[in-house]
Design a binder for this molecule. Structure first.
Ligand SMILES: [Fe+2]
Ligand SMILES: [Fe+2]
Length: 369
């Protein structure tokens, strides 16, 4: 343990240093000028300070007042050495933050007795602080591990769902990335955006329960088949909602609400407006955008421009208008996600007659011709 000693009298300083050396596990850090102590802060390392009460330039109290300005020293115990037995002097020292006094001339036995107690106290406190820090680090590690496992479960579930058909796997990956871009433009914090990206790939997980004859049908669905298809929202919600994981609960919310409409005409519950969870409203746009810009067994891929017009025209009816504004603001990011995905499977991106104004890269403008 390091004991800071400050005394302008060299003889007293030498005596205090000798006494500290006799305390088990303690080393003296001596200074004969208070101004040198201040110059060494905040790098100066000590556990206890023993300060002479009367010194030139800075008195003991003035020095202590300066020391405690630094957060790192605020809890360090300070003992004053004084020949003054006057109560008002001692009260002033206590008010400044001193915890004990040594009377000048310092008696070696009194010094040993008082300092041993103080050293034991500080030692116990340091150990407790170390333990608290160790616990904090362990809890942080456990939380990170738990989060990693949650993310792995989501990955594995998404992989499981992708065995149904490879197109669905790519669709879910793109929808996740689009949703994150929209969430960011909407103004959600980084953690929520990341959570939406992780949870969104499971929006169609309920399709595992839809017969292949319906799911992979290349023609139009009959009314009955469409009703079957709609069940993927309820099944997805059922699969995920009982989980204690916040991420899986978010995924359940998205699975159950990504086909609801802002005007209440969606499914499965015909929720309207803010009653639809925000993550569901965001994924609804990402999901539609992806469905329209990619070829399906029953339709060609729409151009980017036609798709954007379609989504903008449905702000306030099918989609949350605020989310559509966020989608607009995120368009540049969305187009690069699209292009990167097309490149990964060496497919040309959806035909587009859009370009980007250099002065305002967030805005999409129509090419002149
Ligand atoms: Fe869906
Ligand atoms: Fe989907």
């Amino acid at each position: 343990m390091r004991i800071l000693l400050v005394d302008d009298n060299e003889t007293n300083l030498a005596l205090l240093s000798k006494l500290v050396a006799k305390l088990p596990g303690c080393i003296a850090v001596p200074f004969n000028k208070p101004e040198d102590v201040l110059a060494a802060m905040p790098a100066l390392d000590f556990d206890i300070a023993i300060i002479d009460f009367l010194m030139p330039v800075y008195s003991g109290i003035e020095l202590l007042t300066e020391i405690v300005r630094f957060d790192v020293y605020r809890d360090k115990p300070v003992v004053f050495v004084t020949a003054d037995t006057d109560t008002s002097t001692r009260m002033a020292a206590l008010n400044a933050g001193a915890i004990d006094f040594l009377t000048k001339p310092v008696h070696p036995l009194e010094f040993q007795a008082r300092m041993r107690n103080l050293v034991a106290l500080v030692d116990a406190r340091n150990k407790l602080a170390d333990k608290a820090e160790w616990l904090r680090v362990e809890v942080e590690k456990a939380v990170a591990e738990l989060r990693e496992r949650e993310e792995e479960i989501i990955d594995r579930l998404t992989i499981a769902a992708s065995y149904k058909d490879e197109d669905t796997a790519r669709h879910t990956r793109r929808v996740a990335a689009y949703s994150e871009a929209i969430a960011r433009a909407y103004g959600l914090d980084a953690r929520s955006c990341h959570d939406i990206r992780l949870a969104a790939p499971m929006h169609d997980i309920g399709k595992v329960a839809i017969p292949d004859a319906v799911l992979l049908k290349s023609g139009r669905l009959t009314e009955q088949e469409f009703a079957m298809m709609q069940r993927h929202t309820l099944v997805g919600n059922d699969i995920l909602r009982e989980s204690k994981s916040g991420l899986l609960q978010l995924a359940a919310e998205i699975a159950g609400s990504h086909h609801e409409r802002w005007d209440g005409q969606g499914y499965p519950f015909r929720l309207a407006g803010d009653a639809i969870p925000l993550a569901g409203r965001i994924v609804a746009i990402a999901d539609n955008f992806d469905a329209l810009t990619t070829a399906r067994p029953y339709k060609e891929a729409w151009s980017l421009e036609r798709t954007v017009d379609h989504i903008r025209a449905r702000a306030g009816s099918q989609f949350d208008p605020t989310c559509v504004s966020a989608f607009d603001a995120a368009l540049l990011a969305i187009v690069s996600i699209m292009a990167a995905d097309a490149e990964a499977v060496s497919e040309p991106p959806a035909p587009s007659s859009f370009s980007y104004a250099e002065s305002d890269p967030g805005k999409c403008v129509r090419k002149s011709a």
